[in-house]
Structure formats: structure tokens, C-alpha cells
Design a protein. Structure first.
Length: 510
């Protein structure tokens, strides 16, 4: 199910000479797909208790059987990506949506002609009602080019070539994500208003047809391209966006088993630049992952917990903190608690694997049923940190360094002093960071069979140590919290650093 912007639009429609309709204002509309639709494999958003779960008829999903290509019957509905042929335009990709005015995506015109409503990609949110014969399923750029040499010719001469490539890329991006998430991505107005890069937009506008009214926004998931492009252009002046697009396509076409070494030189150029951008440093980084992550990062904001939790877990895995499925993280966001799943490969988490609950523990969103996931066993401790310490994020790590330190230190607390990195640890009682000449005292609680059984001693430790931002679980790991994920992460790093030094000191009797 999709949570959409529900602002009503007062759209003013303008027909261009090719029959396209555009809006002068940004589009905000409701295009919801029923959550009990079994064909959707999406995050299950659990209905709010007091609200009716019934969708208005205008937005409920209705499936349309239509014969598009000779001899085939296709089902088209909201969220489907299609090719659309409109006037003299090259065939252009679009997405089936509701008309913001009539709230329907399907209608019959005179003589019972079936029409579908679409928005075109990379075309300033222009939209149109088209006859079925003008539309067919989109399955990627190569499909259409292979069977249509005339189109290749038309495009190579057209000044819309770059714009078309971007539209196709946008369509391919959306095609690779779940159908019921596509509209959210397509109409991501938050990005449009906040992250919009005017410089890169200017580049796009020069490519736009003069017959089309200009608007100044681009869908969020296209953001990654304009940001990368200038860098590439510096190194290779002939490297235009069409070539870039081509190379991105090459990347996506490659098998995940291919190593980077087998990429063409241009792809090699792209990969190292994408890697740091996406913070995907793992050795198994491959073309499929690259494309997948391009899509995912663009769908949601980079600091959204659904993006952050998998990203941080991947990082923590490489730090050796969440190996063997151990450890985890939870982030509070808009008063909702996002929690990693239990017993999974923590470095391979996906945005829709994350559980969301409220502060009372009531589920708000859960992963798709078929993923068969359960919430982290650490949830009771996470919640305890939120409630008792008003945390913004909690990290649980299984640091081997810390376990070593526990073995060297049988006391019920760890005392750390004389290290500069102490200054990165927050004194919760004083409401400030420690000075390097102060002593940090961290409680150690005994381990238990189940994580949930730690709650009582954890709570006691919080009471006894009001300054602490962490609790060590002996021979197990540690819980660290902060006002936000950055604070929790930074503190984890500082703790890990000082533990390492402490082990060295103890071993060497220093
Ligand atoms: C190696 S299993 C570790 C678990 O028992 C637990 O300690 C842990 O940290 C992870 O719990 P999880 O439920 O996977 O989030
Ligand atoms: Zn654990």
C-alpha cells in the first residue's frame, strides 16, 4: 500500500499540439492501491485503528483487461509502466495513474473507446488520456529499439534524444521497483521542493521541446544522475548524458556474477564513482546491486530509516559489529520506531525488511508476508532506551573487542580515562560530551538466554548510571543510544576505539 500526498491539485490543463496535457502546478494526488491486494508484494501498512480501511471507489484498484498487441491480453492498472505513442512524438514511456480531476485511470469515450490515463516520464509531469491502441507494456529500452530500427533513426536525429533517454531511464528505474511503490517515487514532491538541483535542471531544459511548457522539477530518483554527471564530464568532455545512459543500461544488463574487471572502460569509470556515492564498499558490489541501490536510494530520502538501517548494518557488518546475524539497530523517525528484522544477514537487509511500530509497541508497518520476517529480539531493549532515555536511535553491536575487554575485566563496570576519543561520548546526565580528562563509566550487565530477559537489569543499569549512553552485556555486546542515529553511531565508534586501547593496555599491563 502506498502512503501518498493527499493535497488536492487545482490543475490547469493545457493541450499541446501533440495532444499532451500538462499541469502548471505540481501534482499532488491520491493514487492508492488496496493493501489487501494479493498481487502486491509490498510493505504491509497496517491500518490505523480508528480509521476505516475502505478506500474510496475512485482510488481502489480496478483491473482492466485490454488487448494491446495482437493476440495478447494484458492487464493494465495503476502503477504499470507503458510505452505511449502520441502524435509526432517518439514513442514515450509513461506510468498509468488516476486523473487528478476525475480520480479514475480508465474511461470509455464515444463509441466505447477505452482510454487510459498516464503521466509521461521526464516530461514535466505532462499527462494524457490515451486510447488503448496507443499504449503497450514497457519492458525496457532494448526491447523497443531492437524491434524498431525506425525509432532508432528518429531518435538519433531528434533533439529529444537525451530527454528520451532520461525518460526511459526513469521508467526502467520505476519498473525495477514494486508496482505499488512506483507512484510514491514518481510523485515525490518532498525531493522536488528540497533537493532540486537547478544547475542540472537547466541542462535538461535546454533539451526540452519548445512546444512543452517548462516546469522546474525532476523526480527524485533521477537525482543521482545529474549529481554524477558533471564529474564524469570533467574527465571526458565527450561523455554526454546519452552515453551515460547507455553505460548505466550496460551495467544493469550485466549478470551479478560478473566481476568489475569485466566491465567496459566506461562502466569502470562509473562504478568507482557510484560506489562512494552510495557507500557500497563491499566486495560483492556488482552491477545488479548498483542498479538496485540506485533505485532504492532514490525512492526514499537517504536519511529515511528504511534506507539508513540497511546501509548502517552493512557498514557495521564490515566493522565486525553485526556478524553472524547478531546485533542490530533501531531508529526513531517522526515518532515511529523503525526496527531491523531478526536473525537475518544484517549486511543484506532491504528497505522493506524493516518493521515500524509506535511507541506503545503497536505495529504500523511490517515487511511483506512472504518474506517471513520477525522483529529483532532486541526490540524490548530498544524500546527501553526510547522510553527511559528519550533516545533517537539505538545500536546493538557484538563487538569482539568489547567481549575481549569483558574477559579481561570481571567488574560490573568499565572505567575509561585518559583518551582523546572520550570526547565523542555523551554524558547523558550533564547533557554534554565528556572532556578528555574525565572518566567514563559504563555499566556491565550479565548476559541471558534471551535478549528480552535483559530488560530488567538493563533498566536498573540506566537508573544506576544516569550519565551513561551505553550498557555492556557481558560476553555478548553492547547497546548504545543517542539523540539520533549519527550520535549513536559516533558514540559506537568512540566506544569501540577506547575498548581497543583498553584491551591493549590490559594485555600489556600498561
Ligand atoms: C548470533 S544470534 C544473536 C542474537 O541472539 C541477539 O543477541 C542479537 O543481537 C540479534 O538479534 P536479532 O533478533 O537478530 O536482531
Ligand atoms: Zn545481541
Amino acid at each position: 500500500m502506498i502512503k501518498m500526498n493527499e493535497k488536492k491539485s487545482n490543475d490547469i490543463l493545457h493541450k499541446s499540439r501533440y495532444g499532451r496535457e500538462s499541469t502548471k502546478k505540481k501534482i499532488f494526488e491520491v493514487n492508492q492501491i488496496s493493501s489487501n491486494d494479493s498481487s502486491q508484494s509490498a510493505i504491509r501498512v497496517l491500518p490505523k485503528r480508528k480509521r476505516s480501511n475502505k478506500l474510496p471507489p475512485s482510488v481502489s484498484r480496478c483491473i482492466l483487461n485490454c488487448s494491446l498487441r495482437k493476440g495478447t491480453t494484458n492487464e493494465l492498472s495503476i502503477g504499470d509502466i507503458v510505452w505511449a505513442k502520441t502524435g509526432k512524438y517518439p514513442i514515450w514511456p509513461g506510468i498509468i495513474t488516476s486523473d487528478p480531476e476525475t480520480k479514475t485511470f480508465f474511461k470509455k469515450e464515444k463509441k466505447s473507446i477505452s482510454m487510459l490515463h498516464i503521466y509521461y516520464f521526464n516530461d514535466a509531469y505532462k499527462r494524457n488520456w490515451l486510447r488503448l491502441k496507443q499504449i503497450f507494456h514497457f519492458s525496457g529500452k532494448n526491447d523497443i529499439l531492437a524491434g524498431n530500427p525506425k525509432l532508432m533513426k528518429q531518435l538519433s536525429r531528434s533533439k529529444l534524444k537525451v530527454k528520451w533517454s532520461r525518460a526511459v531511464q526513469e521508467a526502467e528505474c520505476l519498473l525495477s521497483i514494486k508496482k505499488n511503490e512506483r507512484l510514491t517515487a514518481f510523485f515525490d514532491t518532498k525531493f522536488i521542493s528540497s533537493n532540486h538541483d537547478m544547475k542540472s535542471e537547466n541542462n535538461i531544459q535546454t533539451e526540452r521541446s519548445s512546444t512543452h511548457p517548462q516546469t522546474s522539477f525532476t523526480p527524485k530518483y533521477m537525482n543521482i544522475i545529474p549529481k554524477l554527471q558533471p564529474k564524469l564530464e570533467l574527465e571526458n568532455s565527450n561523455y554526454d548524458s546519452a552515453t551515460y545512459q547507455e553505460n548505466l543500461t550496460n551495467i544493469t544488463e550485466r549478470s551479478s556474477t560478473h566481476s568489475q574487471a569485466s566491465f567496459s572502460p566506461k562502466c569502470k569509470n562509473i562504478i568507482p564513482k557510484l560506489k562512494p556515492k552510495l557507500e557500497l564498499e563491499n566486495s560483492y558490489y556488482d552491477s545488479a546491486t548498483c542498479q538496485e541501490n540506485l533505485t532504492k536510494i532514490s525512492i526514499l530520502q537517504k536519511d529515511h530509516p528504511r534506507i539508513l538501517i540497511p546501509e548502517l548494518c552493512k557498514l557495521f557488518f564490515t566493522n565486525g559489529w553485526v556478524t553472524g546475524t547478531g546485533g542490530g539497530i533501531s531508529i526513531k523517525y517522526n515518532n515511529q520506531i523503525f526496527i531491523a528484522p531478526s536473525g537475518v544477514q544484517k549486511e543484506r537487509m532491504e528497505p522493506d525488511d524493516i518493521f515500524v511500530q509506535d511507541m506503545n509497541g503497536a505495529d504500523i508497518e511490517v515487511p511483506p508476508y512472504e518474506k517471513n520476517l520477525s522483529k529483532s529480539q532486541c526490540t524490548p531493549i530498544f524500546m527501553c532506551s526510547y522510553i527511559e532515555r528519550n533516545a533517537g536511535a539505538v545500536i546493538h553491536i557484538h563487538s569482539p573487542e568489547l567481549v575481549k575487554l569483558c574477559l579481561l575485566n570481571p567488574e560490573n563496570e568499565l572505567r575509561i580515562s585518559g583518551l582523546e576519543m572520550i570526547k565523542g561520548i555523551y554524558n547523558e546526565e550533564k547533557g554534554r560530551f565528556y572532556d578528555n580528562d574525565e572518566e567514563v563509566i559504563i555499566p556491565i550487565i550479565e548476559n541471558s538466554k534471551y535478549e528480552r530477559d535483559l530488560v530488567d537489569t538493563f533498566q536498573l543499569a540506566l537508573m544506576k548510571y544516569p550519565s551513561t549512553s551505553a550498557v555492556v552485556v557481558r560476553n555478548h555486546g553492547m547497546y548504545v543510544w543517542g539523540s539520533d542515529w549519527k550520535s549513536a553511531k559516533t558514540q559506537c565508534e568512540c566506544y569501540e576505539y577506547v575498548f581497543n586501547i583498553m584491551v591493549f593496555k590490559k594485555i600489556n599491563n600498561l
